[in-house]
Design a protein around this ligand. Structure first.
Ligand SMILES: [Zn+2]
Length: 238
């Protein structure tokens, strides 16, 4: 094979291999993201519970204040009872007292309900905090493993870059420019083999005439259909 072409086949393989590391690195990062997402969700739920408990405590305080007001009112009614002048006034006071007592009952029930809610949500909060700690521990363990794995991949990628740049320095600048121009649109498939008389870039069949010229030529040739640089597949006998 033409020496320039041999270099381009290698160069294209380097480019393909280098790009091939990206999905692997991304995959590692995604793994970590899935775990940190769980941590974020638990944190959000913890915030929500804190807020809910705060709100419930505030409601409880309001009910306590209301109870105090009702107790003052009942005292006031009791005082008026002593100085009531007639039955009509007594009945009105009794009605007022009854309503106030009902409100006291209601406020007490509400306080009990709020207390139960605060207790149960506080328990939920503790459980969540425990979960959070466990998740955070496994995330930091995982992060270590993933960081190492990414580091390795980056290192391998870096080594390929180095090998590629050594090769690039040896390639004839005109040939390199030709390759780069095709690579701009063809990406990692700028240099493709011909197998079964077909281009492996565009999968179009080469005419018999072009194919026999291609087989015998030692020049760098491009596919007449797509314009990619083509080479004879070494695994295929002529
Ligand atoms: Zn083609």
């Amino acid at each position: 094979m033409n020496e320039h072409l041999t270099q381009l086949v290698k160069l294209s393989q380097f480019d393909k291999d280098i790009v091939g590391f990206d999905p692997q690195i991304e995959n590692e990062q995604e793994k970590l993201k899935a775990f940190t997402k769980v941590v974020d969700e638990i944190n959000a739920e913890i915030d929500r519970l804190y807020q809910l408990i705060d709100d419930t405590k505030n409601k409880r305080i309001k009910n306590d204040i209301h109870l105090k007001e009702l107790s003052d009112k009942l005292e006031e009614i009791a005082g008026k009872h002593k100085v009531a002048k007639n039955e009509k006034e007594v009945k009105a006071l009794q009605l007022e007292e009854e309503i106030a007592k009902e409100q006291v009952n209601f406020a007490n029930e509400e306080i009990n309900r709020l207390d139960a809610l605060i207790t149960s949500k506080s328990e939920d909060l503790e459980t969540l905090k425990e979960n959070l700690q466990k998740e955070q521990e496994s995330v930091s363990e995982l992060k270590e493993v993933i960081d190492t794995s990414i580091e390795n991949l980056e290192k391998q990628k870096g080594e390929l870059y180095e090998q590629k740049s050594i090769l690039v320095s040896k390639v004839d600048p005109k040939v390199l420019a030709f390759y780069e121009k095709i690579k701009r649109w063809a990406k990692e498939s700028a240099v493709v083999p011909i197998k079964n008389q077909a281009c492996y870039g565009c999968h179009m069949k080469l005419s018999n005439r072009f194919y026999s010229e291609f087989i015998t030529s030692d020049e760098i040739m491009t596919c007449p259909h797509c314009g990619r640089i083509i080479y004879k597949d070494s695994t295929e006998s002529a």
